[in-house]
Write a protein that binds this ligand. Sequence first.
Ligand SMILES: CCCCC/C=C/C(=O)SCCNC(=O)CCNC(=O)[C@H](O)C(C)(C)COP(=O)(O)OP(=O)(O)OC[C@H]1O[C@@H](n2cnc3c(N)ncnc32)[C@H](O)[C@@H]1OP(=O)(O)O
Ligand code: NDP
Length: 271
Amino acid sequence: MFQKDLFKDKVVLVTGGRSGIGYAISQMMLELGAKVVIASRKEDLLKQAAEELSQYGECSYLACDIRESDQRTALMEKIKADNGRLDILVNNAGGQFPAPAETISENGWDAVINNNLNGTFHMSSLMARHFFIPQKEGCIINIIANIYRGFPSMVHTGAARAGVENLTKTLAVEWGDYNIRVNAIAPGTIESSGLDTYPKPVQDILGEARAAVPLKRFGTVTEIANTTCFLASPLASYISGVSLYVDGAQHLNGGDPMKLTRLMRAFTKSR
Ligand SMILES: CCCCC/C=C/C(=O)SCCNC(=O)CCNC(=O)[C@H](O)C(C)(C)COP(=O)(O)OP(=O)(O)OC[C@H]1O[C@@H](n2cnc3c(N)ncnc32)[C@H](O)[C@@H]1OP(=O)(O)O
Ligand SMILES: NC(=O)C1=CN([C@@H]2O[C@H](COP(=O)(O)OP(=O)(O)OC[C@H]3O[C@@H](n4cnc5c(N)ncnc54)[C@H](OP(=O)(O)O)[C@@H]3O)[C@@H](O)[C@H]2O)C=CC1
């Protein structure tokens, strides 16, 4: 759909690029000519993904927990040593667990905030200071979630993603001085490996949730990759500071938002 060499010679970092949405983004970027670096925690799976992705172009990897400062620095140093620059950062790594708010422990809250909010900000700041600001050019895309009506069953990630939505606006303004564009994508429910990690109550409501989406289906990883490539490309050269909902209008009408919370309460009690 895009011009074949759209990202020729561009260096792209995709966090969480070993699976699901991040993998699809990495594959599409490679097919469009970019050099892609993927990073996530599980080194074996990451290595395997980088080997598979190498059939589409130049893909390298480094294990990195985005919550750990020394690991983020090692990633930045590798990109500098291998490529000397970075053009596009896709903050896709993230995750959470469904749980009624009253059951979330302090550590559970902190783990999710550190993952989705702190990890995203620190990665953006590091890459901006070392690459985008000196280059006077850069592009950041933050993958968030559908938080339009809060996020019942996942209060921690709702708060974290709202923080990222807001920092997207602030950084777009502050870093406009350096010709850095910053945007976010809010996927609705996407058919991806990520969904398989969720417990039974989530699996039980998926049919009903799918039917409640105005477009009557969940999204695909390719649809999120398409949007990422559009926002990262010159086609979007005047777009900065926006959060684009890619969700078949699910944020406007997506069924009973409390159903999962009620099921999770019953599920938690039964364990
Ligand atoms: C209709 C459904 C719509 C869905 C829309 C969204 C979909 C997606 O986002 S799909 C992508 C999902 N993928 C993932 O979420 C996978 C990644 N997730 C994680 O890695 C975890 O959720 C994590 C962020 C919490 C992992 O952090 P980590 O530091 O590795 O976690 P620990 O095991 O050390 O636990 C820390 C703390 O958190 C508590 N905790 C972890 N899991 C749960 C759980 N399922 N339920 C309750 N509490 C949990 C854990 O107990 C620890 O707290 P303490 O016990 O108090 O120490
Ligand atoms: N699928 C969906 O319906 C939706 C997904 N999202 C978000 O989109 C993103 C991708 O999700 P999806 O592909 O579906 O799910 P996956 O679970 O497949 O992807 C999550 C990726 O993030 C990596 N990751 C998680 N935590 C860390 C960390 N601390 N440091 C580095 N890497 C990490 C994981 O790798 P590893 O385990 O090796 O670290 C994995 O590659 C996530 O942020 C997710 O929350 C948002 C809305 C809906």
